[in-house]
Design a protein around this ligand. Structure first.
Ligand code: FPP
Length: 226
């Protein structure tokens, strides 16, 4: 499953707090969501933490988000590892400050053999960029004679995406009442169930996770069949 964690700013504003306080509460909600998903037996949870379009935000907010990322990777790494969670990154996290990129690389490398659950964090990620990178990779293979154009099929494209080693996306949740995908997992969402909920991200808790999974279980999936 994947989540577009939206509404941190509105949550903070409603309390007369700075946006950074909303992001801090949002990061705590992300931690709780990982725990609740793990308890429910979710195989993979993908979180949209920073989109390739988020660089348009004011520098102060980018700094706040980077600081949170640094803090949580350091603080949460051991418990993720202990709980058998593999950390994976979607997007190009090397665009963040070098120390943060290194912390992330280290956490990814050290958890790579964990098998209980995968937590994928989308950082500096955009689905169109991911698809463009995949196309470029396949084109290079064709140019070098390793691949025939006629051999490019859905399986090859999937194998060239950042998500190549993740299970199919079954459920995509967006919080805060907005109903759009905002350049997140466009290819992978082709047959995902979409769930738009009003809850602002910092208020998303274990009960919200259980309610979402319950709603998912109720839906009938036909994949174009009858
Ligand atoms: C959307 O809320 C949220 C984000 C842009 C960032 C999501 C980040 C977190 C949940 C914190 C964890 C982050 C890291 C880097 C570990 P918004 O600011 O767009 O809210 P608004 O639409 O109400 O303004």
């Amino acid at each position: 499953m994947a989540i577009i964690m939206d509404g941190n700013g509105r949550w903070a504003k409603a309390r007369g707090l700075p946006r950074a306080a909303g992001h801090r509460a949002g990061a705590e909600a992300a931690r709780a969501a990982v725990r609740a998903a793990g308890e429910a037996g979710v195989e993979c949870l993908t979180l949209y933490a920073f989109s390739s379009e988020n660089w348009r935000r004011p520098a102060s907010e980018i700094n706040d988000l980077t600081a949170l990322l640094r803090f949580y990777v350091k603080k949460e790494f051991e418990s993720l590892h202990r709980e058998g969670i593999r950390l994976k990154i979607l997007g190009d996290h090397t665009a963040f400050e070098a120390d943060v990129a290194r912390l992330v690389d280290d956490a990814v490398a050290r958890t790579s053999a964990n098998e209980r659950m995968t937590v994928a964090i989308a950082l500096n990620y955009g689905a169109r960029g991911e698809l463009a990178n995949a196309m470029r990779r396949l084109a290079a293979d064709v140019a070098q004679g390793r691949l025939q154009p006629g051999d490019i099929d859905e399986t090859r494209i999937e194998a060239a995406l950042d998500t190549h080693d993740l299970p199919p996306l079954d459920l995509l949740i967006r919080t805060s009442g907005e109903q759009r995908l905002s350049n997140f997992l466009l290819w992978q969402a082709a047959y995902a169930e979409l769930l738009f909920i009003e809850t602002l991200w910092p208020d998303f808790d274990g009960d919200s996770m259980r309610a979402a999974l319950h709603e998912f279980a109720r839906r009938e999936r036909r994949y174009g069949g009858l």
